[in-house]
Design a protein around this ligand. Structure first.
Ligand SMILES: [Zn+2]
Length: 331
């Protein structure tokens, strides 16, 4: 059973907004674009893994995707996928990387060679092993039954090839299409049932309650200043900014498209890039809209929590690092 479904991370959503609102002429555009493509590939790799996870017995495998918890020393740890079974836990560290991959775990390095270019990154085996230690700490702190925590690096790219791998690497790294064999071998290894339905219910509740998505902004990471972010309503059809307000619609001069709801996406971009709250004035500035009453109507129609009194009223857009405004229909 999927107890936490996979969503795009808040960071990836923010990067999408950056890509929509950063001019291609901006010198930081290339860096932003490569950061976006990296995170998008990661998400696509995770979704490719979800397909293979769907073949597991849903009554015995409980799946939590993209969780971020805090250990007893206050350090966060993030797990791409956590599988909880009655017999063991399994952490999956998912990598969607193309090319020849050499896992130098003793030096804590993954060396990737692709088209004559060499990249070095932290060894995902070491990453997963660290997640195991932190998960163990978290589970003991909350008095959950002690079961073995297995960990595995999952390669979600068919164009990746392991090179110079030893027995340990083959043991700790699998292809996504091999997940079923992997869990089968663990089931043989761990046959005694430790986890009860009651444990599972408590675990599920606690994970979902304590899950804290990363709040970091790509603007900080990429050193992009707020003034570099383009304001205005983006055309859902041709992506041009800004659309113009005409009666009750937004109109695009570029492609003649009109939309009654294109502003919802803008409020979402504001939440992702500018701040957790928005005032009428801030909305007007970001929408490039003159009318205070239209802005008020737009804000009240979103049913957002309100902070402050009438004069300095603000609308809450993000709470506990989660977006309160949902994706628009783009219509
Ligand atoms: Zn357009």
């Amino acid at each position: 059973m999927i107890l936490k479904k996979r969503d795009k991370s808040l960071y990836l959503l923010k990067l999408e907004s950056v890509m929509d609102r950063l001019s291609e002429k901006n010198p930081k555009y290339r860096l932003a674009s490569s950061e976006f493509l990296k995170h998008q590939a990661g998400y696509r790799g995770e979704m490719a893994v979800d397909y293979y996870l769907s073949f597991l017995s849903m009554s015995e495998y409980h799946i939590f995707n993209g969780i971020r918890l805090k250990d007893s020393l206050g350090r966060f740890f993030q797990i791409d996928t956590l599988l909880v079974t009655p017999w063991y836990y399994l952490i999956l560290e998912i990598k969607n990387i193309i090319g020849d991959l050499e896992f130098c775990y003793k030096q804590n390095q993954l060396i990737r060679t692709y088209e004559d270019k060499v990249d070095r990154m932290e060894c995902p085996i070491t990453q997963a092993k660290r997640q195991r230690a932190q998960l163990h700490d978290w589970l003991s702190k909350h008095n959950f039954p002690i079961m073995t925590i297995e960990y595995q690096v999952i390669i979600a790219n068919n164009h990746a090839r392991l090179i110079n791998a030893d027995k340990y690497v083959y043991e700790k790294v699998s292809r996504h299409s091999n997940i079923h064999n992997l869990t089968g071998s663990f089931e043989k290894k761990y046959s005694g049932k430790v986890f009860t339905d009651k444990d599972l219910k408590r675990l599920s509740k606690l994970i979902l309650k304590q899950d804290t998505p990363l709040a970091t902004s790509p603007l900080t990471q990429l050193k992009i200043e707020p003034f570099e972010i383009e304001k205005g309503v983006q055309c859902p059809s041709c992506k041009k900014i800004p659309m113009e307000r005409a009666r009750k619609f937004w109109f695009c001069r570029q492609c003649q498209f009109s939309s009654a709801t294109a502003h919802i996406h803008v409020i979402r971009d504001y939440a992702l890039l500018m701040g957790d709250t928005i005032s009428n004035k801030e909305l007007r500035s970001f929408l490039q809209l003159n009318s205070r009453s239209v802005a008020a109507k737009i804000l009240t129609s979103q049913n957002l929590p309100i902070l402050g009194t009438t004069r300095n009223r603000k609308y809450l857009l993000i709470k506990n690092n989660k977006l309160l405004i949902q994706a628009s229909s783009n219509a």
